[in-house]
Design a protein around this ligand. Structure first.
Ligand SMILES: [Zn+2]
Length: 137
C-alpha cells in the first residue's frame, strides 16, 4: 500500500469546487480523458504549480547556504501538499563568495521556485542580519 492511498479523503476535501474531475463527464468521453490527463500531470487546481502551491518544483529542489535556512523553509508547509521539498538533505559548507551570488542564482530559477523561495524568505525580511544580544554574551 502506498502512502498516497491514505490521503484520499484529505485530497478530496481540499479540492476546490472548480476542479474538473474525470467523473464530471461521461465515461470514455474526450473531456473525461482530458480531465484525467490534467490530474495525472498535476495541472489544475491541486497540482504543483497551482496558484496556492508554494512547493519547490520537483526538478528544482532548493539549495540552502546555511542549515538554519533549511529549518526555516521546512517549517513552512504548502497548504495543498504539505512538505515543500524532499528531505533528508545533507549540508556542505558554502563559501562566502558563493553565498553572495545566491540571490542572483535564485532570480534565474523558474517562477515556481521563486514563489516557493519568497514564501519562506520574504524579500523584505531576508537576508537576515546578525544581531548579538547582550544577554547571550
Ligand atoms: Zn504545493
Amino acid at each position: 500500500m502506498s502512502p498516497k492511498s491514505l490521503n484520499v479523503k484529505k485530497d478530496a476535501e481540499s479540492e476546490s469546487a472548480t476542479d474538473l474531475r474525470p467523473g464530471d463527464f461521461p465515461i470514455g468521453s474526450p473531456q473525461s480523458r482530458a480531465a484525467a490527463r490534467l490530474r495525472l500531470q498535476g495541472i489544475g487546481g491541486m497540482g504543483k504549480g497551482s496558484p496556492e502551491c508554494i512547493c519547490f518544483p520537483e526538478d528544482e529542489q532548493p539549495f540552502f547556504c546555511y542549515p538554519v535556512q533549511e529549518r526555516v523553509a521546512a517549517r513552512l508547509k504548502c497548504p495543498l501538499h504539505g512538505d515543500r521539498f524532499k528531505v533528508p538533505r545533507f549540508y556542505l559548507y558554502v563559501a562566502k563568495w558563493y553565498r553572495e551570488k545566491e540571490p542572483l542564482r535564485i532570480r534565474k530559477k523558474s517562477p515556481q521556485y521563486q514563489k516557493a523561495w519568497s514564501a519562506g524568505f520574504p524579500p523584505d525580511l531576508w537576508p537576515a542580519t546578525l544581531a548579538i544580544s547582550s544577554s547571550l554574551i
